[in-house]
Write a protein that binds this ligand. Structure first.
Ligand code: MN3
Length: 198
C-alpha cells in the first residue's frame, strides 16, 4: 500500500510564497487522492503490487489496459508530488552551486536565462501539467500527471506543478506570479543531490 509521504516542513512554512491553505489542500487532499486511487487501482492488478512504482511508470504502455490509465494518472500523481514537496524548502531559493551550476550555465549562458526559459515553458503548458529540468539540462513539459520516465526520459532533477490546484487559491489565474514566487522556495541542495546521482 502506498502512503502519503511527510513533507519535511510544516504547511505554513512556505507561507510568504505559497500559503498554508494551498500546501495543506495540495498535500492532504490532492496528493492523498492520488495515493488512494493508486492503491485502489492496484487492488485490481495484484501482480503489479510487487513492482516498484518507477518500474510501473517506466513501462506504462505495457501495463494491462484495465489499470493503465489509473496508474498513469494516480501513479504519476503520487510520484510527481512525492518529489515536488522535496523540491521546495523554507530555506530554498537562490541559485545552485558547483557542478550543477556549471552545467546550467554551459547550456543556457546564465542561471537567469535558464530561469527565464523554464518560466516561459511553464507558462506555455496548456491546461494542467508539469515542467521539468532533466539531467542533460533539457527543459521538458508533460501534460496531466505524466512524468519524464513515462516517455523514455531520465528521472527529472527538478519539477514544477503548474496545475491550477497548485496556485489558484493564492494567485487565481496568474500562473506567472506563482512561478515567480516558486523560485524563492526551490531547494537547490536536493536538485544537486539528484544531479550527482543521475
Ligand atoms: Mn499538484
Amino acid at each position: 500500500m502506498y502512503q502519503l509521504p511527510a513533507m519535511g516542513y510544516e504547511y505554513d512554512q512556505l507561507g510568504k510564497y505559497i500559503s498554508k491553505d494551498i500546501m495543506e489542500l495540495h498535500h492532504s487532499k490532492h496528493h492523498q487522492t492520488y495515493v488512494d486511487k493508486l492503491n485502489a487501482a492496484l487492488e485490481n492488478a495484484p501482480a503489479l503490487k510487487e513492482r516498484p512504482l518507477e518500474s510501473l511508470l517506466s513501462d506504462i504502455d505495457s501495463l494491462p489496459e484495465a489499470v493503465r490509465t489509473a496508474l498513469r494518472n494516480n501513479g504519476g500523481g503520487h510520484y510527481n508530488h512525492s518529489l515536488f514537496w522535496k523540491w521546495m524548502s523554507p530555506d530554498g531559493g537562490g541559485e545552485p552551486t558547483g557542478e550543477l551550476a556549471t552545467k546550467i550555465v554551459d547550456k543556457y549562458g546564465s542561471f537567469q536565462t535558464f530561469v527565464d526559459e523554464f518560466t516561459t515553458k511553464s507558462l506555455g503548458v496548456f491546461g494542467s501539467g508539469w515542467v521539468w529540468l532533466q539531467p542533460d539540462m533539457e527543459i521538458l513539459t508533460t501534460p496531466n500527471q505524466d512524468t519524464p520516465i513515462m516517455i523514455g526520459k531520465a528521472a527529472p532533477l527538478l519539477g514544477l506543478d503548474v496545475w491550477e490546484h497548485a496556485y489558484y487559491l493564492d494567485y487565481k489565474n496568474k500562473r506567472d506570479d506563482y512561478i515567480n514566487a516558486w523560485w524563492n522556495v526551490v531547494d537547490w541542495g536536493f536538485v544537486a543531490e539528484r544531479f550527482e546521482h543521475s
